[in-house]
Design a protein around this ligand. Structure first.
Ligand code: ZN
Length: 342
């Protein structure tokens, strides 16, 4: 089958299209004929190499994908060949205390499709049947591929972990990130007033169309001070933080007393300058969040499939343009998801 692969870690030049063996499935798996695969920052980290990440080479990246079921394992019930589906990219053991408690992303074996195992940037991908969600006949594959990782991440972070409620102020850092385009819509739907930062007025304008209320260009304004001013020196109730080192300290400054910061990533680096006094004196909560459990995935995808939350697609390119796609994401030029069609 045709697949995007790399044989060793490194820059975008390591990516190539190759002919590799089609995966074989186990009794609890399905094989999906992938129609669309969407990029995440994780794809860049996996390509570059992460500490402790040992991959079988060549590796096929890609966490998000949608397509048609091509084969069904012997034990699988309720799914059939030819069904159109999308994928929950969070893989867990299903048997540990956390999985049994319904907290799949706390599983000690938790990993993400395309991170340790072969991903979606290929003609076929193998996934456990419980990670598959049928989609309506008229729901486009590009949108079905673009939605899962960012929407399930933003949903758990804002709704379950940070407990966003109607009337609260929520600050989302960096308007263009896929997770931000999901977070803006989710916070707005929860009844919050949504603050967004970006270096680009064009991206801020697009964020406004998604439901953002307060737009802050951080190249012309010091955004933490601007948040302070716009909230009458109160600060926001919740910060949705995915940037990391570059924004961390200011994000805590932008919180109200007793506010909550939920962190889901660190695209600018994992080791920020820290000011512990701000944390205890303001009594803020620092909350970690990763991916989601099965319930949260189903909750948010129900809204996506009904059209109440909309996946934001930056570009749709053929798989052959994967190098260009990785470069675009690395430079932060995108607004929303970069989708590759196969
Ligand atoms: Zn488990």
């Amino acid at each position: 089958m045709k697949a995007l692969v790399f044989y060793e870690h490194g820059g975008i030049e390591k990516l190539q299209i190759a002919d590799v063996p089609k995966p074989t499935i186990g009794a609890d798996d399905v094989l999906i004929n992938v129609k669309a695969s969407a990029l995440n920052h994780l794809d860049l980290f996996v390509r570059e190499g992460l500490p402790g990440l040992k991959l079988q080479m060549p590796h096929i990246p890609g966490s998000d994908g949608a397509g048609v079921i091509a084969e069904v394992g012997a034990n699988v019930r309720g799914l059939s060949v030819g069904q159109r589906v999308t994928i929950n990219p969070g893989l867990s053991c299903g048997a540990c205390e956390f999985c049994l408690a319904g907290e799949h992303s706390l599983c000690p074996d938790f990993h993400i499709l395309g991170e340790h195992c072969a991903g979606t940037a290929a003609e076929f991908v193998r996934v456990p049947a419980r990670n598959v969600l049928p989609i309506p006949d008229d729901f486009p594959f590009e949108q079905a591929a673009a939605a899962p990782l960012v929407f399930l991440t933003a949903w758990r972070a804002l709704i379950s972990r940070a407990r966003v409620r109607a009337g609260e102020d929520v600050l989302i850092l960096g308007a263009g990130a896929g997770t931000s385009t999901a977070a803006i819509q989710i916070a707005q739907k929860a009844g919050a007033r949504v603050f967004v930062t970006s270096s680009s007025d064009a991206k801020l304008q697009k964020a406004k169309e998604l439901g953002a209320d307060v737009l802050i260009n951080y190249t012309t304004h010091e955004w933490d001070k601007e948040v302070y001013r716009l909230t009458n020196k109160r600060g926001v109730d919740v910060v949705f933080e995915s940037v990391g080192a570059a924004t961390w300290l200011k994000a805590i400054r932008a919180l109200r007393r007793g506010g909550r910061l939920v962190t889901i990533g660190a695209t600018s680096g994992p080791n920020p300058q820290e000011e512990i006094r701000l944390i205890f004196w303001k009594q803020v909560e620092i909350i970690g969040s990763t991916m989601s459990n099965q319930r949260e995935f189903n909750e948010v995808m129900k809204l996506v499939l009904r059209g109440e939350l909309k996946p934001v697609i930056d570009v749709v390119w053929p798989l052959e343009r994967a190098q260009e796609a990785h470069a675009r994401l690395a430079r932060g030029e995108q607004f929303g998801k970069i989708v590759l069609t196969i």
